[in-house]
Ligand binder design. Structure first.
Ligand SMILES: O=C([O-])C(=O)C[C@H](O)[C@@H](O)C(=O)[O-]
Ligand SMILES: [Mg+2]
Length: 423
């Protein structure tokens, strides 16, 4: 007996905006709202599959062009989806690259545009078969997926607004308090500090304060390439035995390779290896020991699983990157991590920083720092249509149409320049 999953009849792409605190990073500060796009792929048999991605205007235009070309596609035809994306982007944009917030440049838009549609197809396939997405990826090898507490230096509140519930995060003591709250509320046992904001000595002191306060925890710092090779080597020596890995201390495969030659501390990246074409030179130079996957950027869940296999082949570790996201992404990340045997590090998530949501409550709960893999069909999450509508109205009202961390920072510090390789 063959199962007919039906064909795509209509695809909607809904931009939404949700509130975000003023989190600091190497290129500036988070704006008051995060923009995301929710994909709903409808079939002629009445099912709806979900996906989530970025919502910068240029990306939205590409998503809309692909969405219009998808009706008629068989929900099991993942290669057909990729063909549609390649053909559509070739026509509409020439396949030009994409940039998100000045932090991540991708050489091709195909993977980033294809990803949310691929997730929606997998959601539909799972709903058709009555099986969770993790089963379609080879089956869950763990029933809970561990995540890390993702700490950010931050302002007390957005300019002109009241202090938020997290308050200021600048001093080591304030950052330990931030970690304490995340650990108490979510049960995390791994902690990542977003660096690249203050001079390295201050950030190292913060890591040391975290290590003293949370002695048995796995710690990481990620300055997003803010340091020179020399500084990175010095920090690597000082934090050897304290960190589980050092993420993107300096920019580029060459720079990371120079650092790697002087330390046994594993170097991790979501900046110099962000597409399949970067793997060969990174492996040849032994530049990174841990790759942070991200299905939003690597072309979806199946291609991220492929990345996992390549990392295993070349003896590299695998972790998972995040950007500010909602529950549809968290569900997809959880299924992928559950079905990727060598994804042994706690995954990043920005989840604790958000206060608004588009999925119905109950499907994804943090306990002991981990999320149980949904066992229902597909992604196992349902959209709350009212919440989606409200966050879409918020998108219409908020006036933001892209992620502009640097521009926003300059409204407060007019002379600000992004800190890459500054120290
Ligand atoms: O690990 C990373 O590089 C990130 O999570 C990048 C993000 O853009 C992060 O810096 C942020 O949210 O500001
Ligand atoms: Mg990173």
């Amino acid at each position: 007996m063959t199962v007919d999953g039906g064909r795509i009849s209509r695809v909607s792409v809904t931009p939404v905006a949700f509130r975000d605190p003023p989190l600091l990073n190497v290129v500036g500060v988070h704006q008051p709202f995060v923009l995301r796009a929710i994909v709903q792929a409808h079939t002629d048999s009445g099912l709806v599959g979900l996906g989530e991605t970025y919502a910068d205007q240029a990306h939205l235009d590409r998503l809309d062009a692909v969405a219009a070309a998808l009706p008629g596609l068989d929900v099991f035809d993942a290669h057909g989806l990729r063909r549609v994306v390649v053909e559509t982007l070739g026509r509409s944009t020439g396949g030009a690259g994409a940039s998100f917030g000045g932090m991540l440049e991708v050489s091709s838009a195909v993977d980033t545009v294809a990803a949310p549609f691929e997730v929606a197809l997998l959601d539909l396939q799972g709903r058709t078969l009555g099986r969770p997405v993790s089963d379609l990826l080879g089956g869950a090898v763990r029933d809970r997926v561990p995540f890390s507490a993702y700490l950010f230096y931050k302002w007390a509140g957005h300019p002109g607004q009241d202090e938020d519930s997290w308050g200021e995060g600048v001093t080591p003591e304030q950052m330990v308090a931030q970690a304490r709250r995340m650990v108490d509320e979510y049960g995390f046992t791994a902690i990542k500090l977003k660096g690249g904001v203050f001079e390295p000595g201050h950030e190292v002191e913060t890591v040391e304060a975290l290590a003293a306060a949370f002695p048995s925890y796995a710690l990481r710092i990620d300055p997003n390439g803010a340091w020179t090779v020399d500084t990175s080597i010095k920090v690597a020596h000082r934090l050897a035995g304290v960190l589980e890995y050092l993420e993107d201390p300096t920019p580029g495969i060459d720079g990371m390779a120079q650092v790697a030659r002087h330390t046994d501390l594993p170097l991790a990246t979501n900046m110099c290896v962000i597409a399949f074409e970067h793997l060969k030179p990174a492996v040849a130079a032994d530049a990174v020991q841990v790759v942070l996957s991200d299905h939003h950027l690597w072309g979806g869940l199946r291609r991220s699983a492929l990345l996992g296999g390549i990392c295993e082949t070349f003896g590299m570790g695998l972790s998972m990157h995040s950007n500010s996201h909602l529950g549809v992404s968290l569900a997809a990340m959880t299924h992928l991590a559950a079905a990727t045997p060598n994804l042994t590090y706690a995954c990043d998530t920005h989840y604790p920083w958000k206060t608004e949501e588009v999925i119905r409550p109950g499907a994804l709960e943090f306990r002991d720092g981990s999320v149980a893999v949904p066992t229902g069909p597909g992604l196992g999450v349902e959209l709350d249509e009212d919440a989606l509508g409200a966050l879409h109205e918020q998108y219409e009202r908020c006036g933001q149409r892209g992620r502009e961390d640097t521009t926003y920072m300059r409204t407060v510090e007019p002379g600000f320049t992004p800190n890459t390789a500054r120290w």
